[in-house]
Design a protein around this ligand. Sequence first.
Ligand code: NAD
Length: 478
Amino acid sequence: MATKKTTAAHEYSFFNSVERSFDKAAKFTKFDKGLLEQIKACNSVYQMRFPVNIRGQVQVIEAYRVQHSHHKLPCKGGIRYSTAVNQDEVMALAALMTYKCATVNVPFGGGKGGIKINPKDYTVEELERITRRYAAELVKKNFIGPGIDVPAPDYGSGEREMGWILDTYQAMRPGEIDSAGCITGKPIAQGGVRGRKEATGLGVFYGIREMLSNVEDMKKLGMTTGVEGKRVAVQGLGNVGYHAAHYFHANGAIVVGLSEMEGSIFNPKGLDVEAVMACRRETGSILNYKHATKTTKKASDVLECDCDILIPAALENVIDGSNAAKVKAKIIGEAANGPLTPEADEILLKKGAVVVPDMYLNAGGVTVSYFEWLKNLSHVRFGRMEKRFQEGAHANMLNTVESLTGKKVSAAERKLIAHGPDEVDLVYSGLEDSMIVSYNEIREMRLSNKKITDLRTASFANAINKIGDSYLQLGIFP
Ligand code: NAD
């Protein structure tokens, strides 16, 4: 069954809306119809049903793994745990992964998985049983492996689930030297990389910060440059939303609105993100946060609040034809996958707002997953070989400067300058670079043709060009 979104004018599925964006952008690329059809198609769809014993009763679990594109291997994409999971949604998310990887120059094809359950309905032991059985199904059908398809966390899953999947894979494929690379987003102790957990939210921050740094673009929006003082609202305080809100808050933005399932909270003077999270952990609801000036029980109210930057970070289709006109933000940063319908896109474009598309903005997760995979294949922690060497070289340089000038640097300055990179420093640096380079590629693509009026079309065109070129290298297309 498809994720149908009905509005007065249209009914379309999530996959259709990805295809619609693709078709709009394909006009600006150089490829013929056959090649474009191949890029657009989902290569493999594996729908499965498996039994799991839940409190003495057999429950048949519905699950999926989709490999959208094999133009580069392995395929890459998270596993979603949600009752809303269906084939159409997983196909759409897998397709987005293909374009996302191309956008941030990560050499993978797109994939996605989904298990149709609400994780909150199960105990930890039951979730482990479901996850391990799902992993076993993937192994049986050769739908997982460091060179085949490498899942990661998504909505409803995290490093705990990735750890279970790795363990199941290793139990079924003993002796595989690169087996840790069969999954990313793992706990550090099982071969994960430092910085992966916060990567998507941090990438959202880096992406918007890069956009805000452009004087010309900000002038067009009637905004000043820089993060400081910008009013930000975030929907969804899970892995992506919380980290995005955290980095905006930590870098001087004013977080004026936050929302979770239970409702929305506001304060034009700013909400303390860490305190809101602590309140939710302790009381079960953000609505109990004392320093909000307004609280409402509608999670979607945050989307319409008075702010400069809106970050939808929960699920798809939350802004559509019915509420897009009420969005006040000038910049909408798609931290979630597919939070805007095509109708919402059109309405916001007409209003003069800028949408920073998901396939670029939330690509920080897959970028750092790529680093994790590289770490697993190389079997060495980033920084292990060079950290001490660089510290020594920097110290020698400082000593030379001191002896030549006769001046001493302070202990604090010495620590700052001589510090050799740890794994997390290198991961952040690689992520920051990827987000900056990719933003400017997309921006240039948009400026290259007057008919490209939005960043989503520019992102798609940029990604299609890269994927098309790699298909052409196969020599099977004229
Ligand atoms: P998550 O499960 O950690 O968090 C999602 C949060 O949104 C939950 O806390 C949930 O309660 C909340 N939520 C759900 N519906 C809501 C609503 N209507 N209003 C307000 N809050 C609501 O999931 P996540 O990993 O943060 O993923 C969020 C989105 O980001 C998804 O679209 C996912 O596909 C996308 N994404 C995630 C990653 C990643 O690395 N985790 C990477 C790229 C994209």
